[in-house]
Design a protein around this ligand. Structure first.
Ligand code: ATP
Length: 353
């Protein structure tokens, strides 16, 4: 099922939260709606599910506009952060509930609950109540309940937010596996960029009710359309260094620091204010230029070590390198800079250059 939002508009108490948003999710695709708190992700999801009525535009499932249909007529499965399981029912009864409401017979219900329990790996727990299940198991039951009716669309609102780190990792790949095996079109609402990048075919980055960029995760990471998008993807995050183009392929920054610009920007007019984006992998491993500075914070992370390096003008760059314990804070280093892969943005508009 392909989902298309056409000039989708939503207001609360007269105030516009989403204004003419356009987005298409292909059949079988998993798309992340990623953005800061309050940008309109959940509002978009609830509008697609039919829980919210929309104030303008169309919501197409394939070519049918479902905007006027109530939630129960949209054949959509929804999983919320808090799972919303019925505490007095067993896992089996929770999963069977959407079928019973629709009058599916008991033999067929049992068959379908068992099938979906096999897919979501919860067969051993079907007789337990939610209180007797771990967070991850409850999450699987909620997924099974959303999928048991074989919906056309699966909507996931921060489904992993209540899980601890290890379970979150496990459920990330589990949800993706289940989505792939069923081939269902899915939308994941999250504010966690790692979740969006690791689970989804494409990411739509939202801010203030608008979509800023839609792209595959690797593409968005490599070529963000704006400074905002660049800052949202990547951990540890990108560092921005503001400066003025010298007209000679360099950038003059505060405190006498001069940085080289990628060759694609050599023609930038002198005096143009730009914001150079340096990711932690751009500094300290390979590249054509060298930068000297003093090591500040050293953070061993097991496989990798993170460094903060203070350059002239109090500019602090971050560097991620394969684990090393030969350097301490206060030492001076001269490390390579991967100039050609640096990102650059117009300082005033934030647009990528
Ligand atoms: P979060 O990540 O915090 O859940 P979000 O991106 O999902 O944020 P929404 O919940 O969609 O954001 O909210 C978008 C905006 O709409 C916010 O400013 C919010 O206060 C407002 N809003 C959401 N629901 C309602 C409502 N029922 N009544 C009034 N305003 C609302």
């Amino acid at each position: 099922m392909r989902i298309t939002l056409q000039d989708f508009t939503k207001r609360f108490d007269g105030a516009s939260v989403i204004d003419r948003l356009n987005l298409t999710i292909a059949d079988g695709e998993m798309l992340a709606l990623l953005g800061p708190s309050g940008c309109g992700k959940t509002t978009t999801l609830l509008s697609i599910s039919g829980i919210h009525r929309i104030d303008g535009g169309a919501i197409l499932f394939d070519e049918h506009d479902v905007a006027a249909l109530p939630a129960q007529k949209r054949n959509v499965g929804v999983v919320f952060q808090n799972y919303a399981l019925y505490p007095h029912m067993t896992a089996f009864e929770n999963i069977a509930f959407p079928l019973q409401v629709r009058g599916v017979g008991s033999a067929e219900t049992t068959r379908r609950v068992k099938d979906i329990a096999r897919l979501t790996h919860i067969e051993p727990y079907l007789t337990r109540r939610p209180g007797q299940l771990s967070g991850g198991q409850q999450q699987r039951v909620a997924l099974a309940r959303a999928l048991v009716r074989q919906p056309d669309v699966l909507l996931l609102d921060e489904p992993l937010a209540n899980l601890d780190t290890k379970l979150r990792l496990e459920m990330r790949s589990e949800i993706r596996r289940i989505q792939r095996e069923t081939g269902i079109t899915a939308i994941l609402v999250t504010h966690d960029q790692v979740e969006a990048m690791s689970m989804c075919d494409r990411i739509a980055i939202m801010d203030k009710g608008a979509i800023l960029q839609t792209a595959a995760p690797a593409e968005m990471y490599r070529a963000p359309a704006s400074r905002f998008v660049a800052g949202f993807l990547g951990s540890p995050p990108i560092v921005f260094v503001d400066g003025v183009a010298g007209g000679d392929g360099t950038l003059a920054c505060d405190g006498g620091l001069t940085l080289p610009l990628p060759s694609r920007l050599k023609g930038l007019a002198a005096g143009r204010k730009i914001s150079l984006g340096v990711r932690p992998e751009h500094f300290g491993t390979s590249g054509d230029a060298r930068l000297s500075g003093t090591i500040g914070l050293v953070e061993p992370q097991g496989r990798e070590t993170l460094f903060d390096v203070r350059l002239r003008g109090d500019v602090v760059l971050r560097s991620v390198q394969p684990a090393r314990d030969d350097l301490r804070g206060g030492e001076t280093v001269s490390w390579p800079l991967d100039v050609e892969n640096l990102l650059a943005f117009d300082a005033a508009t934030g647009a990528a250059l």
